[in-house]
Design a binder for this molecule. Structure first.
Ligand code: FAD
Ligand code: NAP
Length: 345
């Protein structure tokens, strides 16, 4: 194994898609299990917490990080087994999610096409059960493999042990900060199938009647819709949706509808109702708002952006003001989706 290349005081701006400036007390890239074990041992010996980082597309760095930041650079996709109908893959945590989705379609493995163009690594995907266009990771996830930060122990969790929910999992609760995910097993279909029940996708195919709705066409449609609506973090730094859509009881939504009859509402299978946070933020007049270098995207009220030198603290201040105004107007408290790290300096 090559010697560990730990960097001290590493600037993290290029490692998070909001391009927020912060420094890591210690920082290391790991490209193998042996390197991960060495990093965990080093953190224990130096009494530093470990912060696993993927591509930094769902974090807000509010200040310097007192931790060993361990960036996953492991690579590899293995076919574990295949039968007449399905294929099971084991994918290393450091693989890029979108590249995986594209590769699976090239192989004739179906199921991930609605999740195209979500930034980030495979290892981070289970953390919030990534979802888009009517599909969530949990629909094809079999197992999550990880190392325990405290004692290196290998852990394997079956999908039913991950407590997956809307943008949620056990990794945000009971197992928060305890594991580094090393690989994910997915089961995909060998038979082409599509799910275009999500309104924006259905509309796309209605508007393009000559395009047959194959899995590849769904992938292309998702890439096209997302590219037209969402700012590319490389051009305008952002972390995607900054707030989760609130999920409320039907009675509370009925009450809201007496004051806001136009508020869209999406009933869930369990009887709850999901409300679009973007609509509420837009209704409160925040879309396109800018304060210093922090702002709300002009086309998408759910996306907060860093126009240049905005800090994590400024961005969180704006987020708090937005949440307070939504709460004053609708009586609904919005929850921030990305994970916040570091104390404001
Ligand atoms: P990071 O931001 O690096 O980390 C996120 C969290 O996961 C951190 O708490 C980190 O500690 C933890 N983590 C990362 N890797 C590991 C690991 N190996 N082991 C343990 N913990 C780990 N999300 C969606 O669900 N749907 C979308 O449609 C979507 N669209 C987006 C669009 C844009 C433009 C952007 C910028 C973001 C979007 N996101 C979306 C959010 C983000 O892409 C996902 O949450 C993604 O899974 C984050 O991956 P990452 O590697 O960047 O994770
Ligand atoms: P959109 O299609 O304009 O819809 C707005 C919101 O309404 C979405 O957040 C969506 O919830 C909800 N919604 C719409 N139709 C729904 C239905 N039939 N049932 C349940 N909920 C419905 O959304 P968008 O902003 O352009 O994003 C498109 C997709 O990409 C969404 O799935 C969104 O979650 C995902 N996305 C996520 C992020 C992120 O960072 N998390 C960033 C960009 C896009 P859902 O969010 O539950 O789908």
């Amino acid at each position: 194994m090559k010697a560990m290349n730990i960097q001290f005081g590493e600037a993290l701006r290029r490692y998070n898609t909001l391009a927020l400036q912060a420094r890591a007390q210690a920082f290391v890239d790991v490209g193998s299990d042996a390197e991960l074990l060495a990093a965990l041992a080093w953190a224990r010996a130096n009494q530093l917490p470990v912060l696993p980082l993927g591509e930094g597309s769902n974090v807000v760095l509010a200040g310097n990080i007192r931790a060993l930041v361990v960036r996953q650079k492991t690579r590899g996709i293995q076919v574990l087994k295949a039968d007449a109908d399905t294929v099971t893959l084991r994918i290393a945590a450091g693989e890029n999610w979108h590249a995986l989705v594209r590769w699976t379609l090239e192989q004739g493995y179906f199921g991930l096409q609605n999740l195209a163009l979500i930034p980030g690594t495979v290892g981070a995907a289970p953390i919030q059960n990534i979802g888009a266009y009517g599909v969530e990771l949990q629909s094809c996830l079999l197992q999550v493999h990880a190392r325990q930060i405290a004692d290196d122990q290998r852990v394997t969790l079956a999908s039913e042990d991950c407590a997956f929910d809307y943008r949620d999992s056990v990794f945000k609760h009971q197992l928060k900060d305890q594991l580094v995910i090393t690989a994910v097993d997915l089961q995909l279909s060998l038979h082409p199938y599509v799910n275009i029940t999500y309104p924006a996708l259905g509309n796309y195919f209605s508007e393009h009647p000559r395009i047959e709705n194959t899995p590849q066409a769904v992938f292309d449609a998702v890439v096209s819709i997302r590219s037209s609506k969402l700012p590319n973090p490389a051009l305008l730094p952002n972390a995607g949706s900054f707030f989760k859509n609130p999920v409320l009881g039907q009675e509370q939504v009925n009450t809201l509808h007496t004051s806001f009859p136009a508020l869209p509402a999406f009933p869930q299978r369990d009887g709850t109702v999901k409300l679009p946070a973007a609509w509420m933020i837009d209704h409160c007049g925040w879309k396109g708002f800018r304060r210093g270098d922090s702002g709300v995207h002009e086309q998408h009220a759910l996306v907060l952006v860093n126009y240049g030198d905005g800090s994590g603290a400024q961005l969180l201040e704006l987020a708090n003001d937005i949440a307070a105004s939504v709460e004053n107007t609708f009586g609904v408290r919005l929850e921030i989706e990305p994970r916040v790290y570091g104390e404001p300096v």
